[in-house]
Design a protein around this ligand. Structure first.
Ligand code: SF4
Ligand SMILES: [Zn+2]
Length: 347
């Protein structure tokens, strides 16, 4: 397997992966969507009753939105996630009670008139836990309205709820190939202007394709070329993969975690298969007998084990019995016919 990074930003990555089949690439996609953990707000405590400011003015703790909708909106805000410093709550040393190793607490204290944004969430503790995307609107407050909230974020995965899905738009495509037949091509350049990603260019007097990974395989160049000089195809076992994160994790971190998760899963399956494999490849006596009669070469030269199924009647004997029964049945029918004829003559 070989990976080559084509584009890398904090929350976006595009890379070429080769030497793997499509099921492996898909397993990375699935791990990115369902198994990479991130922090998200899970518990929300909303203050009810009057809220006072420093000057003694009181505000009603009401908003135009239902509390459930505010809690839902808070749950979707990307929370900074340091994967190597955080544990799942149920696996944490605190026994799930909540500690800096498994949860982050935020307070939100705003009074109207104003729009409450994600950036208004104040982390209780390290300032590095402040929300990076500070402009996500949560609710609009009018005059005399206020909001006081304590929210707790914990680690989870997309398997549990979409708010813990660390990556978005994870997908891959076959790695394209663009072949220009120089013998057929008149280098007129009709394909250059039609290409939506501008990867067909003129070098000197010749037309050539550059940065082929960007080809969308739209076939516009093939359709416009009257000389049938361009062929669009794809490479076997090579793909272009891309995905984004919501900012809670770096794209690089998400890829490292997802591939490590897939590797661990394969290891687990291999171990399970080792357990399931019999210690010795020795057929039990009954099985050995059946196959030896058909093809003595079919089984390894191994002794039958003592642990075997109870002896059954040999197959041949059963067949013989059936064969013997058939003439008897015919004879019975003939005898019946004779008896009927005799009976008729007597009449
Ligand atoms: S198939 Fe489309 S994107 Fe690819 S080279 Fe041709 S015109 Fe450009
Ligand atoms: Zn803890």
């Amino acid at each position: 397997m070989d990976i080559k990074i084509l584009d890398l930003e904090d929350s976006f990555i595009r890379f070429a992966i080769s030497g793997v089949d499509i099921s492996f690439v898909n397993s990375i996609r699935r791990a990115l969507l369902a198994d990479v953990p991130k922090m998200a707000i899970e518990e929300v405590e909303i203050h009810l009753g009057a809220i006072s400011d420093e000057e003694g003015k009181t505000y009603e703790s009401t908003t135009p939105l239902f509390d459930e909708i505010i809690a839902h909106r808070l749950g979707l805000i990307p929370i900074p996630t340091e994967l190597d410093q955080l544990n799942f709550k149920e696996e944490c040393d605190c026994g799930g009670e909540g500690c800096p190793g498994c949860s982050i607490m935020y307070s939100l204290n705003k009074r109207g008139p104003c729009t409450v944004y994600s950036g208004d969430l104040e982390p209780l503790g390290d300032d590095s836990l402040r929300i990076k995307d500070a402009h996500i609107p949560i609710v609009k407050l009018t005059e005399d309205e206020g909001i006081l909230i304590y929210a707790t974020a914990i680690l989870g995965t997309g398997k549990q709820h979409a708010k813990w899905q660390a990556t978005q738009a994870a997908g891959y495509k076959l790695y394209p190939t663009v072949e220009i037949d120089t013998k057929k091509c008149d280098h007129g350049g009709a394909c250059i202007s039609i290409c939506p990603v501008n990867i067909i260019v003129k070098e000197g007097k010749k037309v050539k394709a550059t940065d082929i990974g960007k080809c969308t395989m739209c076939n516009s160049c093939v359709e416009i070329c009257e000389l049938d000089a361009i062929k669009i195809g794809h490479e076997d076992n090579k793909f272009i993969f891309r995905f984004e994160t919501d900012g809670a994790l770096l794209a690089k971190e998400a890829l490292i975690y997802a591939t490590a998760h897939v590797a661990a899963a394969f290891e687990e399956v291999t171990e399970l298969l080792d357990v399931m494999k019999p210690k010795e490849y020795k057929p039990i006596k009954a099985v050995k007998k059946v196959f030896e009669d058909e093809d003595p070469e079919a089984l390894p030269e191994a002794e039958a084990t003592e642990e075997e199924a109870p002896e059954e009647e040999p197959v041949e004997e059963v067949v013989e019995e059936v064969v013997e029964e058939k003439p008897k049945k015919k004879a019975t029918k003939k005898a019946a016919k004779k008896t009927t004829k005799k009976a008729a003559k007597k009449k």
